[in-house]
Design a protein around this ligand. Structure first.
Ligand code: ATP
Ligand code: MG
Length: 430
């Protein structure tokens, strides 16, 4: 094992019994995964372990066998159940000494608040031989950076607001300088309106050949209701070439997927649509039933959305559809509240009341109850009335939980508007 072999692989071990319960999630590993990848270090495995010395020792030993960098988070506090420092020192067989400057620093922290340092806090000043102490301006637990037989072991405090600045300031630099010249480059595209298997069918013949290239491009497809993400990544020591290769790879996928692609950089639908509206001086208003305001909530999550969002009504009851939007009770009686004619009347109503370029009407059955054989749970009618007064309407049958159906319905409605704008321009240009 040579000291200058580049660090390429990592494992994160999150320590804390609370992380095994049902209320706390390990988010540190998500943060670290992204930061390590940016340094060219691939996260190969992660573990969550309670405050048990034996369990942690076993998992830590295995990690040392597997990867170049082991990052442990949490369990650096002063109490008996904070075991990380002890276990790492004993597995690596490193003797501990008390670091006087840490004791002094912790004493000062307490005295600034008019308190004496409890004796137990001395544990936090015990440093394994050879470890570099990472000071923690946001808490009492210092971190540790240990180089050991060609591997690196990093101990970071559990609270994200302590861990993140410590990693940025004191860990990223030393790791990056030892991870060689290769970095991992990523790009992503987002699609909507087509199912996962259709996307896979369209792009599999393209991306499968990329695995044979040097360097290979890794493709990952992530499906969520209403959105499919295609992630591309590649490891390279040449940033210019890597970015150019990823861009051309992404373009090949866009050519195969066409207008199903709405984002080339991970920006969400509400932002993409917002920019289309803003750049063209168009405005939008929405009448929402089953989505309960989510459509406008998402649009107004985007800063600056006041430039194009005019107004909205949550017309949940039939009465509200009539009172606020002028939907005729006869229309509702004839077709049902969840129907294309009612969706169009809602869209028309909100558009003419507010003078917006686009009026949206969404009405559906989000479940879990309320479905019928003709209109099962997940039936959603979406209407968009555009600047020329013509309506586009469609009925979808969406699957999933109530919140998934609500999200998906808003996504589909935004996509109708997006396509109307983009297609209109395609027509005008020809
Ligand atoms: P401290 O001295 O601040 O106690 P510590 O290293 O002992 O530092 P822990 O006691 O293990 O940290 O964790 C403190 C808190 O930090 C936890 O209650 C939790 O809120 C948060 N935390 C710990 N580990 C994680 C994790 N992996 N992901 C997200 N949050 C975490
Ligand atoms: Mg703790």
């Amino acid at each position: 094992m040579t000291a200058d072999r580049p660090l390429r692989t990592a494992e994160v071990i999150a320590v804390g019994s609370e992380l095994l319960g049902s209320t706390r999630l390990d988010t540190n590993s998500l943060y670290l995964s992204e930061k390590l990848a940016a340094l060219g270090i691939e996260l190969r495995a992660k573990a969550v372990v309670g405050d048990s010395r034996d369990d942690l020792a076993k998992i830590f030993r295995q990690a040392l066998d597997r990867v170049d960098v082991v990052v442990l988070t949490g369990g650096l506090g002063p109490t008996d159940d904070d075991v990380t420092r002890d276990v790492v020192g004993s597995v690596l067989n490193l003797p501990f000494t008390e670091d006087a400057s840490i004791v002094e620093w912790i004493e000062q922290r307490f005295s600034r608040r008019g308190m004496h340092m409890p004796e137990v806090n001395r544990r936090q000043a015990m440093v394994p031989r050879g470890a570099i102490v990472l000071d923690n301006p946001n808490g009492t637990a210092p971190g540790l950076f240990i180089e050991h037989e060609g591997k690196v072991v990093v101990l970071l405090p559990g609270p994200p607001r302590e861990l993140q600045p410590m990693f940025e300031r004191l860990v990223a630099g030393p790791l990056g300088s030892r991870s060689g010249s290769e970095r991992i480059y990523n790009t992503v595209l987002l699609t909507t309106g087509r199912g996962e298997s259709h996307i896979e069918e369209a792009i599999q013949p393209i991306y499968s050949t990329w695995r044979e290239e040097t360097p290979p491009i890794e493709t990952t497809i992530l499906a969520t209701p209403g959105q499919i993400e295609v992630h591309l990544s590649l490891r390279s020591d040449d940033p210019v070439k890597a970015k150019a290769r990823l861009t051309s790879a992404r373009e090949a996928l866009v050519a195969a997927l066409g207008e199903a692609v709405f984002s080339l950089d991970g920006r969400p639908m509400e932002q993409i649509l917002g920019e289309l509206l803003r750049d063209r001086g168009l405005t939008i208003s929405a009448a929402e039933s089953c989505t309960g305001g989510l459509f406008l909530s998402r649009l107004t999550d985007v800063p600056g959305s006041s430039a194009y969002v005019l107004s909205g009504v949550v017309a949940y009851s039939n009465r509200a559809k009539t009172d606020f939007l002028g939907v005729s009770p006869d229309l509702i009686a004839a077709h049902g509240a969840v129907s294309e004619p009612v969706a169009v009347a809602m869209a028309d109503g909100i558009r003419s009341k507010t003078g917006a370029s686009f009026g949206i009407g969404i009405t559906g059955i989000a479940g879990p109850d309320g479905g019928t054989p003709e209109k099962p749970v997940g039936t959603v009618a979406i209407a968009v009335v555009g600047p020329d007064g013509a309506a586009k309407v469609r009925t979808l049958l969406l699957a999933g939980s109530r919140s998934m159906i609500k999200f998906w319905a808003t996504q589909a409605a935004m996509d109708v508007v997006r396509k109307m704008i983009v297609r209109d321009e395609a027509v005008c240009r020809h």
